[in-house]
Structure formats: structure tokens, C-alpha cells
Design a protein around this ligand. Structure first.
Ligand code: FES
Length: 119
């Protein structure tokens, strides 16, 4: 899906940029400006900002669910993004697509007579 029509930036490019940004030790808040700069692009009309914010918010959640980025870094970034987007179109877009509750898997049962059990 194209998020920015001026610069032809897709949600997949945003996801890749987020992966790299959020894995860095001192990860900045991934605002659209930060993400676009990471992609070596500079916003033109800024009309995509609300969609970019909601896409970033959603992609952060997907990365956390896949376990490829620290969930604490993701939750922190989402909270700060949400605060920056309060009372804007971006917040309304975020609310249109609420996050799905995360399912916590219980550990798989160990087979009888496992090599880890004492004989
Ligand atoms: S639509 Fe993204 S800068 Fe214009």
C-alpha cells in the first residue's frame, strides 16, 4: 500500500525502516519525519502525515507481535506517538484500526520420558 504519494513510500518500506530504527540502541521516536529521513526522503506536502503516523503505529505493533523488535521499545514508541498524535486526524486513523489483543502462548507440554527428566 502506498502511504506517501509524493515520494511513493509504501507501508513495506516503512516497516523495514522501523525495523532498523527500533533496533538501534538509542532509537528515536519514529515519527514520519524520522522514518522518511531514514529512507533518505524528505516530506513534500505533508498530506500523508496522518496516514504515516497510523501506519507506523500499526507496523510497530506487527513487529512486536512477530517478536523481531523489543516489545518494550515498541510499547514506548507507540505511547509517545499516540501522545504526539492526540486530537489529530492521525489519532482518529489509529482508532479506526484498533490493535488486536495479543495472545500469550502457554508453553508446550513436555513429552513423557523426556531426556530432561531424571530417570
Ligand atoms: S503525500 Fe507524502 S509528502 Fe506529500
Amino acid at each position: 500500500m502506498i502511504v506517501c504519494s509524493c515520494l511513493i513510500i509504501t507501508d513495506a518500506q516503512i516497516e523495514q525502516a522501523l525495523l532498523e530504527i527500533l533496533r538501534s540502541p538509542d532509537a528515536p521516536l519514529p515519527t514520519p519525519g524520522v522514518v522518511y529521513r531514514h529512507l533518505a526522503k524528505k516530506m513534500v506536502c505533508c498530506g500523508c502525515s496522518p496516514l504515516a503516523v497510523s501506519t507506523i503505529y500499526r507496523k510497530i505493533d506487527e513487529l512486536a507481535q512477530r517478536g523481531v523488535v523489543c516489545p518494550y521499545a515498541c510499547a514506548n514508541a507507540q505511547g509517545r506517538l499516540r501522545k504526539c498524535a492526540s486530537d489529530t486526524l492521525a489519532e482518529r486513523l489509529i482508532e479506526l484500526h484498533p490493535l488486536k489483543p495479543r495472545r500469550i502462548e502457554s508453553p508446550a507440554p513436555t513429552p513423557q520420558g523426556s531426556a530432561l527428566e531424571p530417570a
